[in-house]
Design a protein around this ligand. Sequence first.
Ligand code: CA
Length: 627
Amino acid sequence: MRFTTYSVTVAASLISTVSATASLSQVCTTAYAKAHLPTNPFGITIDPNSIQVSAVQNYTAADSTNYPGGSFDYCNVTLAYSHNGLNDSVLLTYWMPAPAAFKKRYLSTGGGGLAINSGASSLAGGLLYGAVAGETDGGFGSFSTQFDAVFLLANGTVNWNSVYMFGYKAHYELAEIGKAFTKVFYNMTSSQKLYSYYQACSEGGREGFSQVQRYGGEFDGAIIGAPAFRYSFQQANHLYSNLVEKDVGYYPPSCEFEKIVNLTIAACDPLDGKTDGVVSRSDLCKLHVNWDSFVGQEYYCAASTGGGNGPFKRAVSSTISRAGGSLPTSSTGSTTGQATGTTGGAGGAGGAGGGMGGFGGGTTTPAQNGTVTKKGVEVVRLISRGLQDLTGKQVYLSYQPATSIVDGATTYNATSKTWGLDISGLGGEWIVRFLNLIDSSTLSNLDGWTYNTLRDYMIQGLEMYSDSLQTDWPDLTTFQKSGGKILHYHGESDNSIPTASSVRYYESVRQIMYPGESFSASTECLQEWYRLFLVPGAAHCGPNTLQPNGPFPQTNLQVMIEWVENGVVPKTLNATVLQGQYKGKNEQICAWPQRPLWKNGVMSCVFDQTSYNSWQYKLDGIKVPVY
Ligand code: CA
């Protein structure tokens, strides 16, 4: 595979002097920005007349999952460019620190769900560390227009330019233009080093890997959470839980799901050596949980109104297009931080999202009073097992036990007073729009489907998008040779992207890049520049309300800056409890393949072969390698 690279040179004649003591108001003008544009990159024309500039004083970013809060001034610069030969327009926004606060850093940020950016909530993270922070609209028409809105030109006709932009091109251009613009804007000399970073989660994590896999040297450090990579499998897999319910012939009430998950958490919490409400060893949980012991346990949930926001209920319809949580637009940022959406559940609640189901606001779910059934437990056990074809061969991996159930969320019919199928919105749209090329977000039923149907759709997606959306290239040699670092993290109770998906990719990179080396030697080599951290109890790209005492790695950008600029290797990952009675407490997260184990209140990072093996899936239901 070859990739085109191009360099962006600076038009020296345009440079006027700006010292670090220049004020924001001196540089934050349209005239200054226009006079400090980089020269056009290969194949691209920047429109000087598109530039819009505004100075913002005393912006306050609230404490977020991705950065501690803070205040700063910045210059908001938006510009447009087009691809030569295409009559298109791509918008970029850069938040530029005041010259005195600029620390020779650039940060690209990514999206979530079917969005290619996360707006202000992610840009603020860069400014707190003296970085210029950028986002792109992908050429989709506006910063709030998502990929699915522009993917089809007509039924049956794909807008392939949008696919490649979403797949990887838009992010490459965002970073190349952003880095060049930063150097001119702050009058850096050619010999001065501009450190470049990437930070995003979920779909934004996939976007990050799309760069790391193709472009060595683009970023010095990439912070990637719960990436939605191996896209054809990941997106279709949202329908697996619905198929399990269809297969078992049982649609558990939301309260029964909740009870089973809470019983699992309670049973598995102590296996890590510390009874704190957090399943820090979901692998031990998988090995030892006794599902059958939950049968017959009583549950009760009070009546509730509305379809959204509970951990076991789908989001209301207004969040469908954002696929798991609308993006914060508040100028104060968001407590759930960037990219909460992605391919499914909202991070914070470990729950709602991705739904298109029949229950919007105003609908009442009745009080639920019952006992856990054998069939309910069987549904949860099969969800945890992962997709197998009709002959029992494993096709794909799945969520860890103790994870809340989002894909499998059911819907209550007030007329028939029964619970029934609620097709995952993300999974459904993937099949209808992106595979069947029909301009609709809704898959109406699963009539005639078997597990093999889902397998075949996974293979079809692989064939259609292996060079654009799939993002599973396991050879990162060019990135590694350029000195790049990767900080990859994934919540251990992620309910939208299976934690095991990150483990599989990490292990694939290890085996592809260090063939013939022993397990420990290859792991040691990989950890010099690429480290994976599984976050105990965390949900999708955020803390988990069901396991509130778990930590979250809030200071990742600071950690990465220390690693890249000062050589401080994150042997463990710094994290903070962000909610509940221990809010603010510092914890450290072990680097994979080591796992945490507490004894007398003291954590050790240990390796345990049986636990390690529980993360590995032999995907013999697919005949080509699955990285
Ligand atoms: Ca525990």
